[in-house]
Design a protein. Sequence first.
Length: 206
Amino acid sequence: MQIVHLVQTWWQHQTLTEVVAVITGLLCVYLAAKNNIWNWPFAIVSVTLYLYIFYEARLFADMGLQVYFLAVNIYGWYYWSHKPATENKQPVKQISKMQTLIAAPAILIFSFILGSVLKYTTASYPYIDSFCAACSLVAQVLLARKVVQNWLIWVFVDIIYVAVYMLKDLHLTAAMYAVYVVIAAIGYRDWQRDWKNENSELRVKQ
């Protein structure tokens, strides 16, 4: 009975904004892992709501990240919809050496610069928040470009986010990111399989 009371008390402290943001966030990541173009409209709703949520939580790097996500989600929706004439959907691809060489230092530099700025504000965990934001920036671009390895970055950064959001008492959001870890792992497995199948079909055609 006490457990039921604790759950009810906890639920009463959750906001409708966060509930809707979590539901649409889960839907968008699940659909993305399934290589479904309808992930993008759900993503747009979710990131718009999280702009407000992160502002209230003083996670300013994450708040700014949502603005970027909004733009990339619109781009991703456009890119995925413009598939080759011979394909049912945009084919997935492996990360290139150039993308790797650009992404790694970009994450470190962005994390240091933004963290150094945010530490002079009321931001919570400025360097950790900035590092997660930097990883997310890269992962989102790779997702929009249908690069398989975007899911590996999401697994890594989402684990960190779970801890951050628990510390900020954003329990629903922390739970959502825990589910994201699982979905991202499944997404990597499925996209890797799709890539192998697409390349096998290409070799047969040749």
